[in-house]
Design a protein. Structure first.
Length: 147
């Protein structure tokens, strides 16, 4: 029983390293200090052309057009990088005072205050946040340092 439990550690390490390639995490995996960029639109990896995006979290992304939040403005509006919708949901649930306009799936949407929107007033489960962490997406994402 004890040795079986110890085998769980290398398995978790392997799953953490595979996160970017399967589309479950683009932060806090082994490549977090490298310039590796693997997302739904493409990759700079020699062998892997793009993430598998098994959960659809990368393709479900938004383009932030304008915002009252300085971090979102710096990392997304000014750079043109996309933000996974899951990441936006988490961020706005923790910053209810934010005002923004964004495009998701080709539809433009304005939110006067995130905390007043039923869509962003509840937080995703904390375990999901540990498993699903994303950085900005797109060609400009490699130029953004947000660790």
């Amino acid at each position: 029983m004890g040795s079986s439990l110890l085998l769980l550690i290398p398995l978790l390490v392997l799953l953490n390293g595979l996160g970017p390639y399967v589309g479950l995490k683009l932060r806090s995996a082994w490549q977090m200090y490298s310039n590796l960029s693997v997302d739904d639109a493409g990759s700079n990896h020699l062998l892997i052309p793009r993430s598998l995006d098994i959960g659809g979290f990368l393709v479900d992304s938004v383009v932030i057009v304008s915002t009252s939040d300085s971090l979102l403005d710096t990392h997304y509006v000014q750079t043109g990088a996309r933000m996974p919708y899951f990441e936006l949901h988490w961020y706005l649930a923790n910053h209810p005072e934010v005002r923004l306009a964004y495009i998701r799936a080709g539809q433009y949407r304005e939110i006067a205050r995130a905390g007043d929107s039923p869509e962003f007033s509840t937080r995703p489960h904390p375990l999901l946040r540990k498993l699903l962490t994303f950085r900005p997406l797109g060609q400009q994402a490699g130029k953004i340092c947000d660790w």
